[in-house]
Design a protein around this ligand. Structure first.
Ligand SMILES: [Cu+2]
Length: 136
């Protein structure tokens, strides 16, 4: 459990650094920053959260699993993968062929869980899916 936690934190740091790197060029000399990185069109690719349902209530301290289904998108091929964000911040990245991701350690309260398809350069596709969960 402790090791999994450490691995998870490691992935989180990796995600954070990968997610912030493309933004460096977006900082203008006038201090302005683009609100979002450029996203890529879906071209028919779909990611959909199949569970939990929107509005799911998760007991505090429990992990829960987000499961997705995909259409017209092949994981791993050309580096294709998917991203999970929580409350607008990168949370984790699924680089293998899994269609599920266990979320650990969400603080009590309401959280927006968003999933987005990503290309081999970690660019999000425009259309993802999102649910709100409540931890209490
Ligand atoms: Cu990525």
């Amino acid at each position: 459990m402790h090791l999994r936690r450490l691995l998870f934190l490691g992935v989180g740091v990796l995600v954070a650094s990968l997610a912030s790197a493309p933004n460096l060029s977006a900082h203008g000399s006038d201090g302005q920053m683009e609100e979002h990185e450029a996203r890529v069109p879906n071209y028919g690719a779909v990611i959909r959260i199949v569970s939990p349902a929107d509005g799911y209530v998760c007991p505090a301290g429990m992990d829960f699993e987000v499961c997705v289904e995909l259409e017209q998108f092949t994981l791993v091929q050309d580096g294709c993968h998917w991203h999970v964000s929580v409350d607008g911040e990168p949370w984790s990245m699924i680089m293998d062929d899994r269609l599920n991701e266990v979320l650990h350690g969400l603080q009590p309260g309401e959280h927006r869980i968003e999933v987005l398809l990503a290309d081999g350069e970690h660019r999000d596709l425009e259309e993802g899916d999102a649910i709100t969960v409540v931890v209490r």
